[in-house]
Design a protein. Structure first.
Length: 301
């Protein structure tokens, strides 16, 4: 039973919740405000799945970071809701014209929006590992010592806004409809839950398509620049183009592999994390990658 659950969890969670959101908004013509309760249901499902089939049981235990992660999630999801609330104003001022292919069925529009947003968000993410100040904002996300669904929503608000601009601004310029943008924002939240899920899922051939937890965990490696891989939010195609896709199915990530190797003293509490990007950084030499992981890097090369 658990092997079946491991194989089906990713695709059923992704298609089930995003499909339900699209159906409720497009086919049932419900308000976008039906999406926050649906997101809470997705969060509860993720929480239960992490306890039924955890990748690492210790990652389900509060490490003194639970309340902080809830606060990050509340603030950042509130920013998303604010963005949806002011969407008509933004669209009215930013749209360059009726360039959006509104003649496509809703599903086609949503998939196109996901592709465009994924490209923009991935590009900002990639640059955040290349430029010092962007990295300092992004480092909040990389400071985690365990990976579970909430980690996807753990971001510095300024970095969240930069990623949102990279993904959403092209869509606003094209004149994307409000309902498509609303379901897209929901899809991003669902994808972040899957990308950081502490679920021992088995992706099979889907690992060549989707940037879910089995691949994204390697992005959180603390060994110097070893984590400069698997930047994509939704799909792996961008990392193939950038030459940054990495996969090592035989290597099992542990809590000891996570974090920022040069900053073992990175703040844990919420407010210090918000202030940390504006402080002078005092790092140490990052630890070397374990031998087993080095062998996997050699195979990829």
């Amino acid at each position: 039973m658990k092997s079946l659950f491991a194989a089906l969890y990713g695709p059923v969670f992704w298609a089930g919740f995003i499909g339900a959101a699209a159906t409720l908004v497009a086919a049932c013509h419900l308000s976008l405000w039906v999406l926050p309760p649906l997101l809470l249901l997705a969060l509860l499902t993720s929480f239960l799945a992490e306890r039924y089939l955890p990748y690492d049981g210790d990652w389900n235990v509060d490490h003194g970071d639970g309340a902080r992660d809830v606060l990050h999630a509340l603030v950042n999801e509130a920013l998303y809701l604010l963005g949806l609330a002011i969407f008509p104003l933004l669209a009215g001022h930013l749209a360059l014209g009726p360039f959006w292919p509104a003649q496509l069925p809703f599903w086609g529009q949503l998939l196109l929006a996901i592709l465009i947003a994924d490209c923009g968000i991935t590009f900002v993410h990639y640059l955040s590992h290349r430029y010092y100040f962007l990295w300092k904002l992004h480092a909040v996300h990389h400071s985690v010592r365990r990976l579970y669904g909430f980690n996807g929503w753990m971001k510095h608000p300024l970095h969240l806004l930069l990623e949102a601009a990279g993904g959403m601004l092209p869509l606003l310029l094209l004149g994307i409809p409000e309902r498509v943008m609303g379901v897209l924002a929901f899809a991003v939240a669902v994808q972040l839950l899957l990308q950081h899920a502490n679920v021992d899922m088995r992706m099979g051939p889907l690992r060549h398509v989707f940037a879910w937890a089995p691949l994204h965990r390697f992005h959180h490696m603390k060994y110097g620049t070893a984590g400069d891989v698997n930047f994509g939010l939704f799909f792996t195609c961008w990392d193939r183009m950038l030459g940054t896709r990495f996969d090592a199915p035989a290597y099992r990530m542990r809590g000891e592999d996570l974090g920022i190797g040069s900053r073992p003293d990175y703040p844990v509490a919420y407010l210090p994390q918000l202030l940390e990007p504006f402080r002078a950084e005092e790092g140490v030499r990052a630890p070397e990658a374990p031998a087993g992981l080095c062998q996997e890097f050699s195979r990829e090369a």
